[in-house]
Design a binder for this molecule. Structure first.
Ligand code: K7E
Ligand code: CUA
Length: 659
């Protein structure tokens, strides 16, 4: 009893240390002489790497250049973005559909790039939605979210989206265990141990990137935090960190910090595939949305799916194994060779490194110390390669440089520590400003890291930038890691709160057939207007469809009369430009909607419900030419029941007979 109390106090103390964290010694401008030169990319010159950075609670993904830290783009993914019309245009709304209906926000924590033979290949970036569990695929030919799939039986899709070495699967583990969607969820919360279950999702990725929920594995109720696929010799396995193996359902900061060791769960997914082939998966009825963007119709569709195949980890004894891991592990990282698995226990004073070969030996020789709800628990020492002693406080994440070194972030002691994977010796440490979370080395979780830069994504910025009220910018820091010692070369502020990030050589993406504009001839949008002569306005009851074109520097039509209060007006705007980087925008006064930002060759629709009679100017929002300010028009709105005929024109004041 007393022991339990002491443990609880210890957990609270450590917990509050985690919460507050300390400022590193010698903080200040620890930047040496040639740093500016190393991060400098001259005007007009390109960066060496693209950096795809999660936006955290912004729900978006931002794209930076390395080493300059220049922000190129914020790609809307899970949150509406009025700047780009994402979630506002009729075409994009289905992308944010879920089994709960339209969801305008989420929390994107992890990005993961597609791989071929374990190397980043520059085709897609995947991102997770933490809150309403989903995975998105962003196409790097267009830098646009191309697909979003919802994950049933999950709550808090945190351990996601991590991929296998040929992008066979993108994999997700639920953070919150919950009663399965196919069971009764209306149960007392304190029946966690009986009724709450974990689910791991395997989403198949096709040749064109198309996702499909292939199967799930049901596990005991724990919190899955992070994961990584095996690679090379460990290809075919997946490793998930889990905490709350105490199965607490309240005050987790104390109650889920009781055990000295939680687990890394090793999953033999090749074996799971065999069981699926052998018909061992149970069909369960669930509901989840699968949303796809169509490049030809420039429109998304959302389909609700109703079935998933589920394998039971307690029944099929040889797909899941638990490896004890001290203490409340967060990051779970696999080195480039696939031999070493690093678990970062947030409350542990050391870093355990597991050996894949030893794990296989332990499983073969049944070196188990019992089971955890039916899953065999491998003996800690039997799978252990060794421990990094006294590395720092509050280890979170590890990346690799491909030269035999690992780099681990420490939230509490605010530092990045470099250590040797084989000898487990600490080689170097640098302070971060402050409280670093994730880190990224380009290719740093693949078989082929580009070990030149390391970027630390910090949770707390404090005094690094000009203050901006109660909330300060989140901050990233770039270190040159090409030498023996890490060297800080740049700070740059970030959008939202970055968690994980990925990076790839710029040429891989830049020279991968990036789209410059959509061919107007290939535009199959049902409301496309392929030339100005086809521009028209069509009334169907109280629905009015405006077939509009935009080209430098006018809309057609740009004068519309005969719209009435009570109408539902759809502006289907086709951008006729066939040139790179000439979007047009569209906005109309009083619309309770975003703008449209229409790419060359694309058709996009704004829905407008005029509420009172009057004159409504509309205009192009994107400064497209010297006469951009002339790119405007008027819509006359008459009272409901008015007899003003529907007319439209451009360039002439046509008599009202033009209809
Ligand atoms: Cu920020 Cu990956 Cu959500 Cu660690 S997690 S920091
Ligand atoms: Cu089109 Cu400005």
């Amino acid at each position: 009893m007393k022991n339990k109390f002491v443990k609880a106090i210890f957990a609270i103390v450590l917990g509050s240390a985690l919460f507050t964290s300390c400022k590193p010694k010698n903080s200040g401008d620890a930047v040496s002489g040639d740093a500016a030169q190393k991060a400098y990319v001259a005007p007009g010159k390109y960066d060496e790497f693209y950096n795809f950075v999660s936006g955290g609670f912004s729900g978006q993904l931002s794209v930076y250049g390395l080493p300059s830290g220049r922000l190129f783009r914020v790609i809307p993914v899970f949150s509406v973005d009025p700047e780009k019309g994402w979630g506002y245009s009729e075409e994009t709304k289905p992308m944010l559909n879920t089994s709960n209906g339209f969801v305008p926000w989420d929390d994107l924590h992890h990005t993961e790039m597609s791989q071929t033979n374990g190397e980043v290949d520059g085709r897609w970036v995947f991102g997770n939605a933490n809150n309403t569990p989903r995975i998105a695929r962003i196409d790097l030919k267009t830098f646009k979210t191309a697909e979003i799939i919802e994950l049933p039986n999950s709550g808090g899709n945190h351990s996601s989206p991590f991929i296998t070495e040929n992008t066979e699967y993108v994999v997700a583990g639920t953070r919150f265990s919950v009663p399965a969607d196919y069971s009764n969820g209306d149960v007392p919360i304190n029946t966690y141990k009986e009724n709450f279950k974990g689910h791991i999702s395997f989403v198949k990725v096709g040749k064109e990137g198309e996702m499909d929920l292939a199967f799930q594995i049901v596990t005991p109720g724990v919190n899955f935090d992070l994961s990584h696929a095996g690679k090379g010799k460990s290809h075919g396995w997946f490793f998930f960190s889990c905490y709350n193996t105490e199965q607490a359902n309240t005050l987790l900061e104390v109650n889920a910090s009781q055990r000295d060791k939680d687990f890394i769960m090793a999953v033999n997914w090749k074996k799971a595939e065999e069981y699926i082939k052998a018909g061992k998966g149970k069909k369960q009825s669930v509901k989840y949305a699968h949303n796809k963007w169509n490049e030809k119709t420039h429109t998304a569709t959302s389909e609700i799916k109703t079935e998933v195949l589920v394998l039971d980890s307690a029944e099929l004894k040889d797909i899941c194994y638990m490896i004890p891991c001290p203490k409340s592990p967060h990051g779970c990282d696999v080195d480039p060779t696939g031999e070493y698995i690093v678990g970062s226990g947030k409350l542990a004073a050391l870093i355990p490194v597991f050996s894949f070969d030893k794990l296989m030996g332990a499983i073969k020789n049944k070196q188990f110390e019992g089971d955890y709800s039916g899953i065999p628990v491998v003996k800690y020492e039997a799978a252990l390669h060794g421990e990094v002693q006294k590395p720092g406080l509050g280890p979170l994440h590890t990346e690799f440089d491909g030269k035999g070194n690992a780099y681990t972030t420490f939230f509490v002691s605010s530092e990045v520590v470099k250590w040797d994977i084989k000898t487990l010796k600490v080689l170097d440490r640098v302070p971060t400003y402050y409280s670093v979370g994730h880190l990224c080395i380009p290719g740093g979780d693949s078989k082929k890291p580009f070990g030149k830069y390391l970027i630390a994504y910090n949770k707390i910025t404090k005094d690094r930038y000009l203050p901006t009220g109660p909330e300060l910018a989140q901050s990233a820091q770039i270190f040159d890691i090409s030498g023996d010692k890490m060297q800080l070369i740049l700070d740059f502020p970030t959008i939202g709160e970055p968690h994980y990030a990925q990076a790839a050589p710029a040429d891989l993406i830049r020279n991968n057939g990036q789209l410059k504009f959509y061919k107007i001839a290939d535009n199959n949008h049902p409301f496309v207007t392929k030339g100005e002569k086809e521009a028209k306005v069509v009334r169907e009851g109280n629905k009015v469809h405006v077939y509009m074109t935009s080209i430098r520097s006018h809309f057609a039509p740009d004068n519309i009369e005969g719209i009435k209060v009570g109408d539902e007006v759809y502006f289907h705007v086709t951008n006729l430009e066939q040139d790179w980087d000439v979007p047009h925008g569209f906005a109309i006064k009083g619309a309770d909607n975003g703008e449209l930002l229409i790419m060359p060759g694309e058709t996009t629709t704004l829905k407008w419900l005029p509420k009172k009679a009057g004159m409504y100017p509309m205009y192009c929002t994107d400064f497209c030419s010297a006469l951009h300010q002339e790119m405007q028009g008027y819509v006359r709105v008459s009272p409901a029941g008015s007899s003003v005929p529907l007319t439209w024109s451009v360039g002439t004041n046509l008599p009202k007979a033009t209809k």
